[in-house]
Design a protein around this ligand. Structure first.
Ligand code: SAH
Length: 221
């Protein structure tokens, strides 16, 4: 007789294969693996690309933007070191996938994007998933979210030549920022920044290519 739970539907089987793949690529953080397992990536993907939802690839989303490949989402989430009492800011909501993953690890997630349509779609996805602790806002994330600051952790999922000062200002002491830093047209360095009493520590932990941060909320879309 089949043990209970041995028969899984296609989506669940795909999701389990996906988690196994991440483990094989070296992701060991059990809490991060669990958070990734809890978020159905197909919900965040353009229906035309559904068959690639569990491939380890970046995918195009609306407004000419891109959602990162899951192994990169995993590596950045692991580097951020989120715990259940943290308030997290994400700059660059996009599809909402990264924010939803963070929502399973943190107390609260505030995510901001300059495109109204992306924010509206992401917010709907959070509601569908019952992620009541994740809220998306329209705005210029380069200015952070002063009304919701300070933050324990900040993740930026778009690149800039340096970490915006406003984000450092809105980070608690001991807090961490993870962000791709570098020129827009070449692979950027993923930086882990720790704010300390007597300064800061900056570590570069991998290279990746991101869309750039663009100042100001978008006038259209
Ligand atoms: N984290 C997303 C993907 C982010 S793509 C996901 O999981 O799907 C980068 C996003 O950053 C884009 O949606 C882009 O609109 C946004 N962005 C660029 N400049 C911004 C700014 N100044 N403020 C807020 N969002 C910005």
């Amino acid at each position: 007789m089949e043990p209970e739970g041995a028969v899984v539907d296609g989506e669940k089987a795909e999701r389990m294969g996906f988690i196994l793949g991440l483990r094989q690529r070296g992701l060991r953080d059990v809490a991060v693996l669990r958070a990734l397992e809890l978020v159905p990536r197909p919900l965040f993907v353009d229906p035309a690309l559904r068959r690639h939802a569990y491939d380890d690839v970046a995918l195009p989303i609306a407004c000419g933007q891109t959602m990162s490949q899951p192994s990169l989402v995993a590596a950045m989430t692991e580097a951020l070191g989120v715990t259940a009492d943290h308030t997290v800011l994400e700059v660059g909501t996009g599809s909402g996938y990264q924010a939803a993953v963070l929502g399973h690890l943190a107390a609260r997630v505030v995510t901001v994007d300059r495109y109204r349509s992306l924010v509206a779609e992401a917010q709907t996805r959070f509601e569908v998933l019952g992620l009541k602790n994740v809220t998306a806002y329209v705005g210029d994330g380069m200015l952070g979210m002063p009304a919701r600051a300070p933050f324990d952790r900040i993740m930026v999922t778009a690149s800039a030549p340096d970490i915006p000062m406003a984000l450092v200002d809105q980070l608690k002491l001991g807090g961490v920022i993870v962000m791709p830093v570098g020129a827009p047209d070449e692979p950027q360095s993923l930086v882990r920044y720790v704010k300390e009493q007597a300064g800061r520590t900056r570590t570069e932990f991998m290279k990746a290519r991101f869309v750039p941060l663009v100042p100001g909320a978008a006038a259209t879309l």
